[in-house]
Ligand binder design. Structure first.
Ligand code: IPE
Ligand code: IPE
Ligand code: MG
Length: 245
């Protein structure tokens, strides 16, 4: 008798967020310009996104450009902006066909219209998908996000739509860019740096963290699967004491 096909057991982590770091060093090791590393890094994204269903990851959030990354040279910043435009144009069909719903977080005000138009188009084209929820953070900073959220919350208070005494920790996240997303279960940072660099400050209060030495352009789906498997062995207590049965 033929064996039944094995169906992967889907245990999550349901939401993984990745700080894709190390592109510049990866290029430096090859005596190539930093943008060469960014191009190599962008190419890694597809494999990781497409491995999500098998691993049981429903939400993937990736940090592509921080509110602090404007401090880099004009050549690098404009090269990255061009890369984002190219990535969206090139990947639009593939992401849609795979069933990926794409969202962007971050402040779009400072981005040029050509890029924000493409971002809106990709969000629109994939809006009906739900196999994987991919969120790309561009001009994103956790502090900036909380500040922008607070501004909108304050406007609602001023307009009488919200009472100050009703503001609690359920209220603020409704104003964050991530309002429709669950909190990340696991945050991965590549390249050996053990810091969060202003990523998902509010949302990652109880996330598990993995800081790994691999540079982002070398990150593979095998390593991704290994980190997700390790996550499943962790004991998340959320401040409580776990009662074992
Ligand atoms: C991460 O790689 C990508 C961005 C921040 C845009 P880096 O460019 O920070 O690479 P390193 O950290 O200099 O190696
Ligand atoms: C964080 O990496 C931002 C992104 C990965 C987009 P950085 O390379 O900018 O962070 P720092 O400067 O090392 O903290
Ligand atoms: Mg870096």
């Amino acid at each position: 008798m033929a064996e039944a096909p094995t169906v992967p057991e889907l245990h999550g982590p349901g939401h993984v967020a990745i700080i894709m770091d190390g592109n510049g060093r990866w290029a430096g090791l090859r005596n190539r310009p930093r943008l060469y590393g960014h191009h190599a890094g962008a190419k890694r994204v597809r494999e990781i996104v497409e491995s999500c269903p098998d691993i049981g990851v429903k939400y993937l959030t990736i940090f592509a450009f921080s509110t602090e990354n404007w401090k880099r040279t004009q050549v690098e910043v404009s090269g990255l902006m061009a890369l984002f435009r190219r990535y969206i144009t090139k990947e639009m069909r593939n992401l849609s066909a795979f069933g990926v719903r794409v969202r962007f977080i971050g402040d779009r005000e400072r981005l040029d219209d050509k890029l924000t138009d493409l971002m809106a188009e990709l969000e629109g084209v994939t809006a009906h998908n739900s196999r994987v929820h991919l969120t790309i953070a561009i001009n994103y900073g956790g502090r900036d996000e909380v500040a922008r959220a607070t501004k909108r919350l304050a406007a609602d208070v001023q307009a009488g739509r919200l009472l100050p005494q009703d503001v609690d920790e359920e209220t603020l996240p409704k104003y964050l860019d991530t309002c429709v997303l669950p909190d990340p279960d696991l945050v991965i940072r590549t390249s050996g740096e053990a810091r969060i660099s202003n990523f998902l400050l509010w949302q990652s209060a109880y996330s598990e963290y993995e800081f790994i030495d691999t540079l982002w352009p070398d990150f593979t789906k095998a390593e991704f699967a290994r980190l997700c498997a390790a996550y499943r062995g962790r004991d998340r207590r959320f401040g409580a004491v776990k009662v074992r049965s």
